[in-house]
Design a protein around this ligand. Structure first.
Ligand SMILES: [Zn+2]
Length: 152
């Protein structure tokens, strides 16, 4: 009996997606704590951070741009200035909240722990809701530590 070998030749198409990406950096400060953290992050403390917002487009507009850097700044600046900058960011169940309320202190309570991961997602979602094609948001909590958020 003769062995029959069937050779299948598949057509392989490699698609390379090209993409233009621009990044705008914004700087702000906040206080927070991670109330369940086993180490010193559970203490009340603050950060002076950089958020890098990247916008992507496969094709450039008629001016040869993804979009104007100033438009990205304008889209994020109001949100950061009114919601995050020089605010105290806390988990909604943080037991410090009654003391802040009693002393008429400003804070923002959120459903999640106020980590760099969560803040980068908050900024991403805000800029996306402004109509931008956001690639990612990176939040540098210190000079050596950052968290990024993207949706692919
Ligand atoms: Zn911290």
């Amino acid at each position: 009996m003769e062995n029959q070998v069937t050779l299948k030749i598949q057509r392989i198409t490699i698609i390379t997606d090209s993409m233009h990406i621009i990044t705008k950096e914004v700087y702000f400060c906040y206080g927070h704590r991670l109330m369940n953290h086993p180490g010193k992050c559970r203490n009340l403390h603050g950060h002076s951070v950089k958020a890098a917002i990247s916008i992507k487009e496969a094709t450039l507009n008629q001016d040869g741009m993804v979009c104007d850097f100033a438009d990205v700044r304008d889209a994020v600046e109001g949100f950061i200035n009114t919601v995050l900058d020089h605010n105290f960011l806390l988990h909604k169940d943080d037991p410090i909240i009654p003391a802040l309320l009693a002393n008429n202190e400003q804070y923002l309570a959120i459903d999640d722990h106020p980590t760099a991961e969560v803040l980068s997602r908050m900024i991403y979602q805000h800029v996306k809701n402004q109509g931008f094609n956001v690639d990612q948001v990176v939040l540098w909590e210190t000079a050596s530590a950052c968290a990024s958020y993207r949706e692919d």
